[in-house]
Write a protein that binds this ligand. Structure first.
Ligand code: MTE
Ligand code: MO
Length: 373
């Protein structure tokens, strides 16, 4: 069993797949704290969790012309200043189960919990690339890329891999990390021990865990997960007609929000209802407003937002809350939708954004409840 060496997990996690391990925290725990506790952070593994001996770990950094570096864990910690970023990570498949209700899609049936937030600490990828002499390819002869490979491999020995544009990797503002800390602790094994990439504002798939190599290249990662997965398509594209080379790899994610309390189908007491949820957008576009409706979208109220990051550094979600009076014996169709700093909004329904892989599912989130006496 290639998964026999996987680590123990928290019993509260909702498991979507055991081997490989994929699990999300229950919604009501998700918004209990701004930073998700490490043991409750959603986990998305494509392969068995590798066992890494930290003393012999080495990170290979390479580029054109034989330039490069090989770093031990101690060197990564000592040679480069530690930089910290509070960032939300969201899987492209978050809320996929709502998409499958429109029409079946291929992929894990994530509910609303394939998203979590942590304070990440590590070396800036920018600093490491500059130290390796790989800082000079921006703007030259088209877009260059930084390709990452993990130490996790499939049965044929092929590792997980993904890439981001070199421009993002070298940007001081983009704050891309080679992270070795998560919420002040060393990375847990499920989240990439001892080193992972953390790309703020970008789809989770690019934040490669158990990082073994960083390669600066004129082309994107050749990995399956960069080329033939994690891309969006027109709703009429099916598995016979899909051409993965026709669509760009997902990088920055669109604006998203969801209701974590109450749960769909719940019976809530008359008097005052408290609606809670999260909202987030990609690319550092912070959430500027969350609108909540109790009547299916006919009338709206503005939710109260929790602490938010500075403008242009909106890497982390906003938790929000709305309190409203509700009368006994009524049915509520609770809806939320967020607005980001570019005034991007969420689509009102799932069908027009349906796609065969069930990614980028960010329609208004709807939660029907009844109010008891
Ligand atoms: N990195 C490696 N090496 N292997 C993986 O399977 N999964 C990716 C990304 N990095 C993955 C990986 C995907 S799709 C997501 S959404 C995030 O890791 C999830 O990170 P987490 O498990 O720490 O939440
Ligand atoms: Mo993902």
């Amino acid at each position: 069993d290639p998964f026999a060496g996987d680590p123990p997990r928290h019993p509260a996690l909702r498991v979507n797949s055991l081997k490989p391990f994929n699990a999300e925290p229950p919604p009501e725990l998700l918004t209990q704290s701004f930073l998700t506790p490490n043991e409750l952070f959603f986990t998305r593994n494509h392969l068995p969790v590798p066992s890494v001996e930290p003393g012999s770990y080495r990170l290979r950094v390479e580029g054109p012309g034989g330039r490069g570096l090989s770093l031990s864990l101690a060197e990564l910690r000592q040679r480069f200043p530690k930089h910290e970023v509070t960032a939300t990570l969201q899987c492209a498949g978050n809320r996929r189960s709502e998409m499958s209700r429109v029409r079946p899609v291929k992929g894990l049936a994530w509910d609303i919990g394939a998203i979590s937030t942590a304070r990440w600490g590590g070396a800036r990828l920018r600093d490491v690339l500059l130290a390796a002499g790989l800082g000079d390819k921006t703007g030259e002869d088209g877009e260059w890329h930084v390709c990452f490979e993990g130490l996790d491999v499939d049965a044929s020995g092929t590792p997980y891999g993904a890439s981001i544009p070199l421009k993002r990797a070298l940007s001081a503002d983009a704050e891309v990390l080679l992270a070795y800390e998560m919420n002040g602790q060393e990375l847990p094994r499920d989240h990439g021990f001892p080193v992972r990439v953390l790309v703020p504002g970008v789809v989770g798939a690019r934040s490669v865990k158990w990082l073994r190599s960083v390669v600066v290249s004129p082309s994107e990662s050749p990995s399956h997960w960069q080329q033939n997965d994690y891309k969006g398509f027109c709703p009429s594209v099916d598995w016979d007609s899909v051409d993965f080379s026709s669509a760009p790899a997902i990088q920055e994610l669109p604006v998203q929000s969801a209701i974590t309390e109450p749960r769909p189908g719940a019976a809530v007491p008359a008097g005052e209802i408290t609606v809670k949820g999260y909202a987030w957008s990609g690319g550092g576009r912070e959430v500027v407003r969350v609108d909540v409706s109790l009547d299916g979208g006919r009338s709206w109220r503005v939710a109260e937002l929790g602490p938010r990051p500075a403008r242009g550094r909106g890497w982390a979600w906003a938790l929000w809350e709305l309190r409203a009076p509700v009368a006994a014996g009524t049915r509520l169709d609770i809806v939320c939708k967020a607005v980001d700093s570019s005034y991007n909004v969420q689509p009102d329904s799932v069908a027009p954004i349906w796609n065969l892989r069930g990614v980028l599912s960010n329609a208004w989130h709807r939660v029907p409840v009844t109010v008891t006496r």
